[in-house]
Design a protein. Structure first.
Ligand code: CAA
Length: 386
């Protein structure tokens, strides 16, 4: 039985910051962000939009009523959770009116969580071929004003419907993982923003990639010649390019072929920024919607990396007619986001929900997004769908 991605959707918050404006405000050469990091814009979320609303919006864009009746598991991968106990998937399950007899959970391992969710979904479908699993990667990446990671911030969610006989991509059974106990990026419970050893994290990203790929080759007998494209975790686009260069080593022909596809695979990431768990899947969406050369039967190699660190290499093969499941004007949709000034972005960055003594939100602004946080009532988050 073939199991894989049947549908894929994406949602970004309503605001965007041009990194050229940020560079100007921070007195940095704009080319450092544009050429040095290969990033041009970053998505910014107001306090009324969080991983629940973004995840629900990404999934609502792809689900039919039949899907909602068949889904019996909802998995959210995130590292910007809204609650220490309750899973974001439970809120999303309700907001989307998914049938009640479902399992809803949240998975955490930095930017890797949703990839683990995809594997869990695959195993579930293998056992219950008639069911469908909704896997959502939803994150808001905030490093801090004027921090090294600031130009790599972002926000957004990718939703994937996993089923038997999928219409986009069959996931192959060739996954290999690596776990390495390192402190390259982490966030203690008492911290709002992550602590990051930036340079070390970039080295670990690449070393985990090359060592896991060597192991993948040994385990599967496959090589880069078997793949038409590669999608990597994209904390910022230059990091993915460096990863690709590292595994291609001195094979210039393969590097040039895969680099062409890589540039198609970062079109959305460059204007959204890092969405942690979802970055690799946003890159997949970008590749599928922007490549004119990919075709059914082509295989894509994936490298998922979550700091801390856990990584996974796996592959998928495109199904006949996959392009029918995609959107043609996504970049135009992204251009409709409201562009913020740096002052507006900074104000949003520090915005917090003010609570009264009973835990009720005071003056939470109205938000006409498809899904938004409407109220906090005695410390309970209440969401609204339009
Ligand atoms: N014109 C063109 N390029 C320029 C330039 C200019 N004027 N000025 C600098 N550059 C280039 C630099 O040469 C460099 O390119 P190379 O790496 O190819 O040499 C690039 O711009 C970045 O410059 P620096 O290394 O000096 O930048 P920095 O020290 O300010 O920070 C960073 C870089 C450490 C990655 C920082 O952005 C950061 O801490 N980011 C967050 C951590 C991160 O994303 N890590 C990635 C791996 S971990 C992971 O993947 C998990 C995750 O999602 C967090």
């Amino acid at each position: 039985m073939n199991i894989g991605i049947d549908k894929i959707g994406f949602a970004a918050p309503s605001y965007v910051l041009d990194l050229a404006d940020l560079a100007l405000a921070r007195q940095i050469d704009p080319n450092k962000f544009k050429i040095g990091l290969l990033q041009s814009e970053m998505a910014v979320a107001p306090i009324t939009q969080d991983i629940v609303t973004l995840g629900a919006q990404a999934a609502a864009a792809i689900l039919s009523e039949d899907d909602k009746a068949a889904i019996d598991m909802v998995i959210v991968g995130t590292e910007s959770s809204i609650d220490q106990s309750k899973a974001a998937a439970v809120f999303i399950h309700q907001l989307l009116d998914i049938q009640p007899f479902a399992r809803s959970i949240e998975i955490k391992e930095a930017c890797y969580g949703a990839t683990a969710g995809l594997s869990l979904a695959k195993s579930h479908i293998a056992q219950f071929p008639n069911s469908k699993v909704l896997v959502i990667a939803s994150d808001i990446a905030k490093y801090g004003i004027a921090s090294g990671g600031e130009p790599t911030q972002g926000a957004g969610a990718v939703a994937m419907l996993v089923s038997a006989e999928p219409r986009i991509m069959v996931l192959n059974n060739d996954n290999v993982c690596q776990t390495r106990d390192i402190m390259d990026f982490w966030r203690p419970n008492y911290d709002k923003y992550p602590r990051v050893d930036g340079k070390f994290s970039t080295e670990q990203y690449t070393d985990c990639l090359t060592t896991t790929f060597d192991y993948y080759v040994k385990q599967t007998g496959k090589s880069l010649a078997d793949f038409a494209a590669m999608c990597l975790h994209i904390p910022f686009s230059k990091q993915g390019l460096k990863g690709l260069q590292a595994i291609c080593q001195n094979d210039e022909k393969t590097l040039s072929r895969l680099t062409e596809r890589f540039h198609e695979a970062i079109v959305y990431n460059q204007v959204v920024g890092n969405i942690y768990t979802g970055s690799i899947f946003l890159s997949l969406l970008s590749l599928l919607e922007n490549s004119q050369t990919l075709k059914a039967g082509d295989s894509v190699l994936f490298y998922s990396y979550g700091s801390g660190a856990v990584c996974e290499i796996f592959s998928g093969t495109l199904v006949e007619g996959y392009h029918k499941q995609l959107v043609e004007n996504r970049l135009d949709q992204l251009k409709e986001r409201k562009r913020l000034s740096v002052a507006e972005y900074e104000a949003i960055f520090f915005e917090e929900i003010a609570l009264d003594e009973a835990g009720n939100a005071i003056d939470l602004p109205a938000d006409d997004c498809p899904f938004a946080l409407q109220q906090v009532d005695q410390h309970k988050r209440i969401y609204r769908k339009n």
